[in-house]
Every structure is written in structure tokens, then in C-alpha cells.
Design a binder for this molecule. Structure first.
Ligand code: SF4
Ligand code: SF4
Length: 117
């Protein structure tokens, strides 16, 4: 299936393996675009921890939102345990991805309305 402009932004983010069993970055309220929420089946936040976090980690890993992909993959959001890709995104690259992402997200929110909280 053809990738959306937001999924094409995912391709610009280098991936890496987290520390075994660590879910520290999921202990957060996260932000997502309407299309990301739909792909993940909704984000019904009731507390401080992401509702997509299961016992074995992220239950929507393949579809996780852009912000989850940026944690530790950008020099602006370093992992406290030193994990991350060999070459994280620079500040400039990160800002460019976020700028494009926020533009697309705003367009979707204007078109479809905010899907979640
Ligand atoms: S980036 Fe670091 S702190 Fe975040 S989940 Fe991975 S290992 Fe844990
Ligand atoms: S969507 Fe997955 S990776 Fe992102 S915060 Fe939730 S559980 Fe963590």
C-alpha cells in the first residue's frame, strides 16, 4: 500500500534496539496525528502510561506514532541509558521532520477534527 506523507517521515528516522524490557519512554502522554490514532485503533488515555503498552512492550509497534520513533533517535531526545542508533538525527534534521509532521497533523485535524484527547 502507498505510504502516507507521515509514514514517509518515519523512513527518515534511524531505528535501533532499546534496552531489553525498558519502556521508560512509554511512561508518557503521547501526541499523534489523526491517521496515527486510527492506525493504532485509538488512544484512550486514562492515566499517565500509554494505553498501548502491554506486558511485552508496545502492542502497536509497527504503527507507533512519530514521536515514539524519535525518542533516542534524535540528539534532542537522548536515551538516559545511552541506547540509540549509531548516527542519531541532528537537531536540524529533527526540527525539519517535526515541522513537516506538525503541518500534516494540523491539516488532518482541520479536515477530520481531533480524533483523541
Ligand atoms: S530509548 Fe532508552 S529509555 Fe527509552 S525505552 Fe529505549 S532504552 Fe528505555
Ligand atoms: S505507542 Fe507504543 S511506543 Fe508509543 S508510547 Fe505507546 S506503547 Fe510506547
Amino acid at each position: 500500500m502507498k505510504k502516507t506523507p507521515i509514514q514517509l517521515l518515519y523512513d527518515k528516522i534511524p531505528s535501533f534496539r532499546c534496552k531489553e524490557g525498558c519502556v521508560r519512554c512509554c511512561d508518557n502522554w503521547i501526541q499523534f496525528a489523526p491517521e496515527e490514532e486510527l492506525r493504532c485503533g485509538g488512544f484512550d488515555f486514562t492515566g499517565e502510561i500509554c494505553p498501548k503498552l502491554g506486558n511485552a512492550g508496545c502492542t502497536v509497534y509497527e504503527n507507533r506514532p512519530l514521536i515514539c520513533r524519535l525518542f533516542a533517535s534524535s540528539e534532542l531526545m537522548p536515551c538516559p541509558y545511552g541506547y540509540g542508533p549509531k548516527t542519531p538525527l541532528s537537531e536540524e534534521e529533527t526540527k525539519s521532520i517535526l515541522k513537516e509532521y506538525l503541518k500534516l497533523r494540523k491539516e488532518q485535524e482541520e479536515q477530520y477534527g481531533k480524533v483523541g484527547k
